[in-house]
Design a protein around this ligand. Structure first.
Ligand code: F6P
Length: 322
């Protein structure tokens, strides 16, 4: 009997639409190349606890259109402890896993680097709605979450306008303003506050006033961790003597079926990650660069600095703040 080569897989951090599509294609493509998949549950925690399931193509049939992660995602406090990480590594060795593919975001990428000190290569596939991994133009899940956010912002705008109210809407993104910026432009909102651009409440009031002067019903988009939208909404009511309502989009942005863009990105990244294993590429982050998927060495990927889409930001300013 021939012993199958094995690849470990886990989904880590906040889940992202497209994670299942990516997982399915890793399982299918790697199986066609003669590998077996050991999927660890609940992210890095499953690795430490040796909580795993062997996946064959039959197990992942039809999972592509679903949000979430069928093998569960999560953040592991234990993984910060080097002794527990070592236990995780021993589990990989026990299973004869020759490489680990991690589907996750920024935090998971740093986790992958912690692991790369061991001999088993780790490949990070950027899967996060935040789009905060610097070395890739897109992470899987971002497009879906912006689509979700725009749909909900449009709904809020309609009811706010009907009641002559100012909507103050919080988007996710952790410390990256991409979801807020892309959604604000696509939903034609008037006021935006993101972590990359220091705005005071006085700035926000100034732009609201500009929009009111044009006879519009302004919508304020606030990326999480910038302002408390409940408090801001109260202050807006007081300042403009107009009703205002806070809306926190929260997990409604993170769930749901992935868009075709995210499915295609997930499939391409999955295939390329398996090829990395097959070709014994050094630990890397799979990255979308100029329409191509390329592996970028983990250490180089971590030292990249995330850039805001300045062109989009400038256009937003031109449309609303001049
Ligand atoms: O990283 C994805 C994300 O949804 C962030 O936008 C958000 O800050 C965070 O996860 C929320 O995490 P949790 O679901 O663990 O509270």
């Amino acid at each position: 009997m021939t012993i199958k080569r094995k690849i470990g897989v886990l989904t880590s951090g906040g889940d992202a639409p497209g994670m299942n599509a990516c997982l399915k294609n890793i399982v299918e493509y790697s199986s066609s190349k003669g590998f077996e998949i050991v999927a660890f549950k609940h992210g890095y925690q499953g690795l430490i606890d040796d909580d795993f399931v062997l996946l064959s193509p039959k197990d992942v049939e039809l999972i592509t259109p679903y949000g979430g992660s069928v093998i569960f995602s999560g953040r592991s406090k234990d993984f910060l402890d080097s002794k527990k990480r070592k236990k995780g590594m021993q589990n990989l060795l026990k299973h004869n896993v020759e490489a680990l593919i991690v589907l996750g975001g920024e935090g998971s990428m740093h986790g992958a680097l912690r692991f790369a000190e061991y001999k088993i290569p780790v490949y990070l596939i950027p899967c996060t709605i935040d789009n905060d991994i610097s070395c890739t133009e897109r992470s899987i899940g971002f497009d879906t979450s912006v689509n979700n956010a725009v749909e909900m912002i449009n709904n809020v705008q309609q009811t706010m306008r009907a009641n002559d109210r100012i909507g103050v809407i919080e988007t996710m993104g952790r410390y990256c303003g991409d979801i807020a910026l892309y959604s604000a432009v696509a939903a034609e909102c008037e006021v935006l506050a993101i972590p990359e651009k220091n705005k005071t409440k006085a700035d926000i009031f100034k732009y609201i006033q500009k929009s009111l002067d044009k006879g519009k019903t302004p919508t304020v988009i606030v990326s999480e961790n910038v302002f408390d939208v409940v408090q801001l909404s109260k202050e807006i009511e007081k300042k403009f003597k107009k009703e205002s309502r806070p809306v926190i989009l929260s997990y409604m942005q993170r769930g749901g079926s992935p868009t075709i863009f995210d499915i295609l990105l997930a499939i391409r990244m999955a295939v390329n990650a398996v090829l990395c294993v097959q070709n014994k590429v050094a630990s890397s982050v799979l990255s979308l660069k100029n329409q191509k998927i390329i592996p970028i060495k983990l250490e180089d990927a971590i030292s990249c600095k995330k850039q805001l889409n300045f062109e989009l930001m400038e256009m937003f300013k031109e449309l609303n703040q001049t």
